[in-house]
Design a protein around this ligand. Sequence first.
Ligand code: PLP
Length: 431
Amino acid sequence: MVDTDEIIKKESKYMVPAYARKPIVIYEGKDTLVRDLDGTEYIDCISGISVVNAGHCPERLVKAGVEQLSKLIHCSGLYHNVPQTLLAEKIANLTPSNITKSFFCNSGAEAVEGAIKISKKYSVTRGRTGASVIALEGSFHGRLGLSLSLTGQSKYKNGFGTFANFPGVVHAPMPYCFRCPLVYPECGIECARRVEDIVKYHTSGDVASMIVEPVLGEGGIVVPPKEYHELVPKICKDNDIVYIADEVQTGFGRTGKMFAIEHWDIKPDIITMAKGLGAGMPIGGYVTTDEIAASLESGDHFSTFGGNPVSCAVASENIDYLQEEGLIANAGTIGKNMRDRFSELADKFSLIGEVRGKGLMIGVELVKDEKTKTAAKDEVTEIAKHMMKKGILVGTGGVLGNVFRIQPPLCITSEQAEKVLDEFEKEVKKY
Ligand SMILES: Cc1ncc(COP(=O)(O)O)c(C=O)c1O
């Protein structure tokens, strides 16, 4: 049997150092818990970055995967296959009534790039150029070419030159009330209104699409004010801009609804998805209207592995599982309880600047000083390290790196949630 040191040493010898990994080797997982190679158990509060919404290795999903593995693992896009079509049908029944046509790929970045690509073709089929695309400052949409360009954070782009700056991509302000110089609601949602200026002054006026995360995930679990999600889709509609809701991180129950757009009744033209869709199996995709779908001709887009039968079979079972086991409702209830307790801590400890989120997508932003809101990045790193020692894995992030991301599997119990909060309180108290 290999041990932790050996794996970490071999990784540094044989793998490209792309990841900043914590010094443990995750070996197995069940529901909310994971165990490392040394047998230490952890409450997983990040879910493989919002992926295993159903928990680790639920029996029903494992069975669905194993059954499909023994039938057909792969057939590529050359032929029809059963799990892919049935998954598309299932997704069409979850999305707003006019959003029924899916394309499947393998990851979030591919989903985003596919969605932008079809929005551009849709523009062209209507005699336009679709030269520009709008994304948000502080957003995250992936790390490939176009998706990295859309991502509104320089820390991910640094060192990649024009690869990270595709022509035609422009950014609108981040709806981040906590760090906005204007005050909500007197601001009149200037961040949303600015989208009109961006179209007017930063583009040729011919914008194919705008992509928005309903809750900005990597940006620090930032929940835009409710009027934002009314105004921006309206501006897009008025300017004939395809509105893409990037639900890669928020989708499949994470926020206490199947899709986060349901919190605001947003009616997008395209929804991108990945992460929570496959319960850990690699799959991404987008789903759109008949009219937009019709702008692609066969051969316009393709993915060899996209919509793999095993991933699709597990994803279909996962959607049923999330609903039938009440996990989405659990995300709403436990998520609210956790946020309430984090907020009580925020009243007690000035280190906590803001608590925000929806369902089990919770952000806790730390600041060195309540007035200046100086980001307490080192404190976040230290507390996360100590929590890991206490058997709790939390995520960190945010545009300034000073936000805890609490995104456990949706099957987390009240007792486990309490333990997370207890340990967090003990750590925060030290500052
Ligand atoms: C909203 C959003 N879009 C796209 C992506 C990219 O997904 P992937 O890492 O699967 O390429 C992410 C990943 O964190 C995301 O949060």
